[in-house]
Design a protein around this ligand. Structure first.
Ligand SMILES: NC(=O)c1ccc[n+]([C@@H]2O[C@H](COP(=O)([O-])OP(=O)(O)OC[C@H]3O[C@@H](n4cnc5c(N)ncnc54)[C@H](O)[C@@H]3O)[C@@H](O)[C@H]2O)c1
Ligand SMILES: [Zn+2]
Length: 366
């Protein structure tokens, strides 16, 4: 068992990582149940793991009730928020109860937000079942739903009480989803950890093939990096947490152009976005060509997009930059960009001129 702690004073919490943890989850959950029934929220594609979790709880004498939602990004909606909140209230959830979010980032974000507002806040536990959720979204307390105006625009910071990660649940996840989540793993290396990027180059293929040791190492290393960043800047106010957005400004523009659909998964947008951020940094004379090429080559080797063409995006540059202008991070007419002086040397630049970004994108192959 590997345990990483997110240190946030009285809101600190452990992240437990171990293969085979889900069938034994009740060891960690029963002490939180206070002898009461536990509510579990999940989606239809995670039913198999729900059965494992409920069996574990039942064997420990803990009753549970499942709320099973439709899968997909559309579930992060006002309608589903209402459905989850109404059902949790019907079940009599109290402030000291722990609701269990079993699923990918969609379930984690929706349930986390529901728990931030139910009775002005109840507790919740994250049991992430996608690689993306295991290395990123289940940790750090960002919760949200999407609205007509855009993604993640309604939400709250609400930290979970515990995160339980069983890499074995990834066995049932489609390979494309595993690859997309892997982009966020590579991101931690690109941000400030060159040695970890080298580890990814050497071990990424084994990780994607399901190698148990590679999975545990990648997950534990990623959540430790995220835990450090979140502890240093919980509410994204001093520029440290913003580093996690590497590749996301370009990536979101591509995702928006693809209509936030299965045409381009979030992690695929992030991979292409990181490659673009490095090439843009190269164009600005910040990093060496070989660094930008090395980043792109790793994504290509893994089967992730390394730019617009591979992401299937042929929109004009002006359209893509228009998408960027709707970014939440846009402030007083400027958009902070994550740029790189090299692999593992990312920094936040608030002086980027969007006309220059447009010119850069004009030079990118479609
Ligand atoms: N809160 C944060 O800090 C944060 C960070 C990054 C991303 N996000 C959010 O996370 C969401 C994306 O998360 P995601 O990529 O996990 O998507 P997701 O939750 O939609 O899961 C992807 C797909 O895999 C299925 N699935 C989940 N676990 C499975 C399993 N073990 N076996 C088989 N199928 C399984 C789901 O039903 C879904 O169809 C986005 O909404 C994004 O905004 C949040
Ligand atoms: Zn992301």
């Amino acid at each position: 068992m590997k345990t990483v702690t997110v240190s946030l004073g009285d809101r600190s919490y452990p992240i437990h990582i171990e293969a085979g943890l889900l069938p034994r989850a009740a060891e960690r959950l029963a002490p939180l149940s206070r002898g009461r029934r536990m509510a579990i929220v999940t989606d239809e594609n995670v039913r198999g793991h729900l059965a494992t979790l409920q069996a574990s709880l039942e064997a420990a004498g803990v009753a549970s009730e499942a709320i099973v939602l439709p899968p997909g990004e559309k579930t992060k909606s006002w309608a589903m928020l209402e459905r989850v909140c109404d059902r949790l209230l019907e079940l009599g959830v109290e402030r000291s109860d722990h609701v269990i979010a079993l699923g990918g980032g969609v379930i984690g974000d929706l349930v986390g937000f529901a728990c931030s507002i139910i009775k002005r806040g109840c507790r919740f536990v994250q049991i992430p079942t996608t690689l993306l959720a295991q290395v990123d979204s289940s940790v750090g307390g960002k919760t949200a739903i999407n609205t007509a105006a855009g993604k993640n625009l309604i939400g709250a910071f609400h930290q979970p009480a515990m995160v339980l990660i069983d890499p074995d649940v990834l066995d049932s996840l489609p390979a494309r989803q595993v690859r997309a989540g892997y982009a966020e793993v590579v991101k931690y290396g690109l941000i400030d950890d060159f040695a970890f990027f080298e580890w990814c180059e050497a071990n990424g293929p084994a990780l994607l093939a399901g190698d148990p040791a590679a999975r545990v190492h990648a997950i534990a290393h990623s959540v430790a990096a995220k835990a450090r960043i979140v502890a240093a800047d919980e509410h994204e106010t001093n520029g440290i947490r913003a580093l996690l957005n590497l590749g996301h400004t370009f990536g979101h523009a591509l995702e928006a152009e693809a209509g936030f659909s299965d045409r381009l998964l979030h992690g695929e947008g992030v991979a292409a976005g990181c490659a673009l951020a490095f090439r843009y940094s190269m164009r600005k004379g910040l990093c060496e060509r070989q660094d930008a090429e090395r980043v792109a080559a790793h994504f290509r080797a893994i089967g992730l997009p390394d730019g617009l063409a591979a992401a299937g995006i042929d929109a004009p540059s002006a359209t893509l930059v228009e998408h960027m202008k709707h970014d939440k991070k846009m402030a007083a007419g400027t958009l902070p960009f994550l740029l790189a002086r090299g692999i593992g040397q990312t920094y936040l630049d608030k002086t980027v001129d969007l006309a220059d970004v447009t010119a850069f994108l004009d030079g990118e192959p479609r």
